[in-house]
Design a protein around this ligand. Structure first.
Ligand code: FAD
Ligand code: EPU
Length: 348
């Protein structure tokens, strides 16, 4: 029997964060069997509030080294739990790579996650910020989340309602690492209902020669094509996707900004609110393609901060603060980071 977990002291995390910045964990705990968690959490080191749960490191910025242990789940099972002929329930372990899971569902004829193809990271992290892209958020498909609750030290199940999903938001984001997600169960369809409303998907399908009734795998292919075209590949240029969330402001403020700046893109939000394009605000403030040493803004997308090589997390954070300050000064709108910042507060 392989050991259920592995401990490494002074573990380098440079290759475990997609910004590719230098960071070292005092202790890395890699867990391949989630049933070992109660035993592991018997150790004081893991009960320390400084514990960091790490997935693929694609939504993190190490502004400094983590002070506590870093725990990474390596669990890899995917199982079909239920099939009623119209819908299925599929359970995936936290350590499964998200895009591999999306491909697995498509390969089995299950649809619902195709618009979320090629998002980096793991299944376990997907509910944390309720990953979303091309008009779909993962929360719509979550049946329940299984998690190790560090407070009582037991395994709990949280249904979709309990997860309190919102735009790039969930219960987990406000729970101070109380929940270690061990697996997620998804409800998926056997009969494909395409969601093609997001700008660019229809055009890309047409360019692929798909004019009517696309298959789910073709929608995924279109999304993958658009994403490869728009976003830098972290393997080539360190980044964490969108560095800022799109700000949600009262409709009255959005309308006033739109009157002054007719090209400002607006998206629907909850009642009385509108979502602005952070990329547009940043580009208009002159930051697109900006470079300060090795810390920069992607030339192709103003929302993506990039590490051209040797930038430190602290340098990237400093650049992000300058960008946010200039957007605030020019448009009166506060923009906030999407990735979790380790070792520093956002507001200095
Ligand atoms: P990490 O970065 O390792 O962790 C992120 C957060 O989740 C941390 O707070 C961490 O502590 C917590 N966490 C991780 N695993 C667990 C667990 N098992 N239990 C409890 N907490 C956990 N996001 C989108 O929503 N839409 C996009 O379109 C999108 N595009 C991206 C494109 C690129 C090129 C990149 C680099 C990132 C993109 N992202 C996008 C952001 C990122 O891929 C997602 O947020 C992803 O879910 C992060 O997964 P991860 O495993 O890398 O998490
Ligand atoms: N835009 C600019 N300048 C740019 C880039 C875009 O003005 O440099 C404008 C575009 O013209 C468009 C608008 O911004 O009108 C929106 O652009 P895009 O469709 O690229 O979406 P986004 O708001 O930049 C969001 C998510 C992405 C997700 C895409 C597709 C957030 C913070 N980001 O990006 O998620 O993939 O939509 O759904 O909500 C992530 O979270 O890391 C991420 C990449």
């Amino acid at each position: 029997m392989p050991a259920p977990y592995r401990l490494t002291e002074h573990a380098r995390l440079d290759a475990r964060n997609t910004f590719g910045v230098r960071a070292t964990a005092p202790m890395l705990v890699e867990v391949s069997d989630a049933t070992a968690l109660p035993e592991l959490f018997g150790y004081a080191m893991l009960r320390d509030p400084g514990l960091l749960i790490l997935g693929g490191g694609s939504n993190l910025l190490f502004a400094a080294n983590p002070t506590g242990a870093v725990l990474s789940l390596q669990t890899q099972q995917i199982t079909l739990q239920e099939d009623n002929g119209a819908q299925v329930r599929v359970r995936a372990d936290a350590g499964v790579v998200w895009h591999d899971f999306v491909l697995w569902t498509l390969g089995h004829g299950f649809s619902g996650l195709e618009n979320l193809a090629l998002i980096p990271g793991t299944v376990g992290a997907a509910p944390i910020q309720n990953i979303g892209a091309y008009g779909v958020e993962v929360g719509e498909r979550v049946h329940q989340v299984e998690a190790f609750d560090r407070q009582p030290g037991t395994l709990v199940r949280l249904d979709r309602q309990a997860c309190a999903f919102g735009y790039r938001d969930s219960l987990f984001k406000h729970a101070d690492d109380r929940y270690l997600v061990t697996a997620v169960e998804f409800t998926l369809d056997r009969h494909f209902q395409p969601r093609l409303g997001y700008a660019g998907i229809g055009e890309q399908l047409a360019a692929m020669g798909v004019t009517d009734a696309p298959r789910a795998a073709q929608v995924a292919e279109a999304v993958i094509h658009i994403r490869r075209h728009k976003l830098p590949d972290p393997a080539q240029l360190g980044n964490a996707g969108s560095f800022f969330k799109n700000p949600i402001v009262p409709v009255a403020l959005a309308d006033a900004l739109k009157a002054d700046h007719p090209s400002l893109p607006l998206f629907p939000a909850t009642s009385g609110m509108a979502k602005l394009s952070a990329a547009w605000l940043i580009e208009q403030s002159g930051w697109k393609g900006h470079r300060d040493g090795d810390a920069g803004v992607a030339p192709g997308h103003a929302l993506v901060l990039v590490n051209h090589g040797q930038a430190s997390g602290a340098q990237l954070l400093e650049l992000a603060r300058c960008i946010a300050n200039s957007v605030q000064a020019r448009f009166g709108v506060a923009i906030e980071p999407e990735p979790r910042i380790i070792g520093a507060a956002w507001a200095p």
